[in-house]
Each structure stands twice: as structure tokens, then as C-alpha cells.
Design a protein around this ligand. Sequence first.
Ligand SMILES: Nc1ncnc2c1ncn2[C@@H]1O[C@H](COP(=O)(O)OP(=O)(O)OP(=O)(O)O)[C@@H](O)[C@H]1O
Length: 288
Amino acid sequence: MDPIIKVENFTFYYPESQVPALDGINLTVQEGEFLGLTGPTGAGKTTLALALNGIIPNFQGGRMGGRVMVAGLDTAKTPCARLAGVIGSVFQDPEAQLVAEVVEDELAFGLENLAVPREEMRQRISAALEMVGIASLRHRSLRELSGGQKQKVAIAAAVALRPRVLVLDEPTSELDPRGTLEIVALLQRLNRDYGITILLIEQKISVLAPRVPRLVCLNKGRIVADASPRQILAQEKLTTELGLEVPPVTALFRMLRRAGVYHGDLPLEVDEGRRELGRLLGHQASRT
Ligand SMILES: Nc1ncnc2c1ncn2[C@@H]1O[C@H](COP(=O)(O)OP(=O)(O)OP(=O)(O)O)[C@@H](O)[C@H]1O
């Protein structure tokens, strides 16, 4: 089967910039994957998201090389309205991306732009609100909602367009830890139950690591790693270079590995670490 995303040798310079924001990117994503994308500030994460949804190069001037294919469409040659039915985007700041006063109107907005007939529009709005678990917010004013609820509305608005891919650019950066985990759990559900391919851009590696099977790391416009979070977090030189905030429990087990007392998989979460520690201490006790 053809991959849902295929980025081939893609390079992009913003206007008047001598340094490429993206430099020879090659990335293949199969339909149904849940992918994390991380890297330091200025690495090119947002630029890649904009290249995937066609804003680059359709609305943003600049120079590019290579190509970006999403669901078989070349994003540089496809109108953004057509791409919107294939790939949905959610950005960092819910305020900046919401345009309506009332939740259901927000969902209607994108559908109207695609000229979806009225009755189908009503059905799609209901379905999207159900999928995201916010049917009860349908008639609420956006101004009354929390940041987390607003992000869910933004996700529902994207889902109403029935995309095969969702790209989310740091959607939880303005949320507290509970709101963050709720959004990630929602994305996992959309991926698992509806097969939507998810590309989640996130600097907080502790949020991504236990929840994504595949993590792509960008630095200075290049992909510097593409592996499981466990494999990436095991590479001390790489994580230092990228300034990734390694979860404390993972850092502890890296130390134990270095000291030669631990040889198992690196835990990514506290519970996992506690279990491994129990096993390790039990093992040590049985040897003495
Ligand atoms: N509109 C623009 N015009 C010129 N240069 C830009 C523009 N937007 C981004 N850049 C530059 O492109 C490079 C990549 O930026 P980008 O925003 O894609 O990185 P990022 O990884 O998303 O960073 P952050 O985590 O801070 O959002 C940076 O050097 C940045 O300064």
C-alpha cells in the first residue's frame, strides 16, 4: 500500500533566508501510524507541519526543492481546500485558530468552505462532536470554554472534514498536565478507533515517549533520529544535543545501565520504573 505521507528530499528556505528551515527531509508514514515529532526551538517542526498541509508553499513564499505527498496528492500542486479534506491541522494557540462564537458554528465554518450540503453538514458536526467526546458543548459559547475544551473544539473542527491525517503542532503547550494527557488520550482514541494517522509535534518528550511507537527528531532542519522513543532516549549524546528533557525515571535507569547493574529496557514512566526497580532489587537480594 502507498504511504499516506511521503516527503522526498524536501528543502525549504523562507523568503530572504540563506539558511534552509528544512534541509533534505525524507519521511515516510504509513496510514494508521501515530507519530511523534520533536526537536529544539527552530528545528523546523512547524515548517514541516505547514509543508504537509500545503500552506507551504501555497500561501508562504520561499524557495523549495523536493516534494511532499499526502494521500497521493502533491501538496505544492494541490489547492489547500482539496488538501483540507485529507489532512487536518491543529495549532498551539486555540484562540488564534477559532473563528466562531458558538461551538457548532466553528465546526460548520470549515464545512461551509467545502460547500458541504446542509443536512450532511449537520450529520458531520454531530459525528465529529461525538468522536471527540464533546457533544454536550455543541451550543456553548467558545468564550466560556477552558483551554483544553477549546483545543477539543479545534480537533473536532478538523475531524468534521474527515481527514485521513491530523497534524497537531504543540496542541498542549498552553494546557496543564491533566489537560495535556486528556488531549493525547483523545488523539490515541482517534487513531485507534477511526484509523486517523496522527502526527503530534511536541517538545515535552515525557508526554510523547510513553505514548507514541515512533518518534522523529528534527534538528537544524534535518531529521537526526527516527526510531522508538526507547531507542532514542537510550542515546545520551543525541538527547543532550537536542536538549530533550529526558524523564527523570529514564535518566535514572540510564545511570544504572552505565553502572552495569541494569540491562533491561529503559522505563519511560514512573510506574514502569518502579516495577523494574522492584525486579532489580529482588534479583539483587536473591544473589546475596
Ligand atoms: N515566517 C518565517 N520567516 C523566516 N524564517 C522563519 C519563519 N518561520 C520560521 N522561520 C525560521 O525557520 C526555522 C524553523 O522554524 P520552525 O518554526 O519551523 O521551527 P520549530 O521547530 O517549529 O520551532 P518552535 O519549537 O520554536 O516552534 C527557524 O530558523 C526559524 O527562525
